[in-house]
Design a protein around this ligand. Structure first.
Ligand code: ZN
Length: 217
């Protein structure tokens, strides 16, 4: 898409928000915090596109959890920046981007990092086939006898201070892993959603219930 098209299709903040809501939610907006559909649009003139969740009482907008989250830069500039970064034959300097969009260079650099990271994530192939998922702790396994939240004996060391890492391995090779603070069901499900292609994949995991949630979803 060229810049003139972006400029005319998304003339203002409202048009950009509307576009993102369509792409992300279609007809079924949902709360990014709890996944609930019990949401209602707020009518605040100064904060366009704000929603309330009746289930978890949080408020959010379509930018929550995206590269645009909490940005102060008008979304039209973001959209144009995405166009410029994608269309650039050689890599674009943050100074050039700053001049093109009337931003300061630090802001341009930050936007560029986020856009590139999102593009890279998009292109990373998902794991397929027989995939084994597990989490581990960098810095050694914890002592025996630590307890899990549910008080069952702790085999794998959840509930320690060491750095938790979730990993998924494809039978025969490729590996995906991430360091996480969140070894709750939600964190694990999100990681597997991002890295494992559900079509034709058999997910092998330990008995921990979060993985079962991921299989079911
Ligand atoms: Zn909610």
């Amino acid at each position: 898409m060229n810049l003139i098209t972006i400029f005319s299709l998304y003339p203002d903040q409202e048009a950009c928000i509307e576009h993102l809501e369509n792409v992300r939610w279609g007809d079924a907006p949902l709360c990014p915090h709890c996944g609930g559909f019990g949401v209602a649009r707020k009518s605040e003139k100064h904060r366009i596109g704000r929603w309330n969740c009746r289930d978890c009482k949080s408020s959010f907008n379509v930018l929550s959890g995206t590269i645009f989250e909490k940005t102060k830069v008008p979304l039209q500039k973001w959209f144009l920046a995405v166009g410029l970064v994608i269309n650039a034959k050689k890599s674009l300097s943050s100074y050039q981007l700053a001049r093109d969009l009337e931003l300061n260079q630090k802001t341009a650099w930050y936007m560029q990092q986020r856009i590139r990271a999102a593009m890279a994530a998009e292109q990373a192939p998902m794991l397929q086939g027989i995939v084994e998922a597990d989490e581990t702790y960098v810095g050694g396994k914890p002592r025996k006898g630590n307890k899990r939240d549910n008080d069952k004996p702790n085999k794998r060391g959840r509930g320690t201070k060491k750095t938790p890492v979730i990993g998924a391995v494809e039978r025969g090779g490729r590996v995906a892993a991430c360091v996480t603070d969140d070894l709750s069901g939600k964190g694990i499900v999100q990681f597997l959603k991002n890295t494992v292609d559900p079509a034709g994949t058999i997910l092998i995991t330990d008995e921990y219930k979060a993985y079962n949630a991921a299989k079911a979803s």
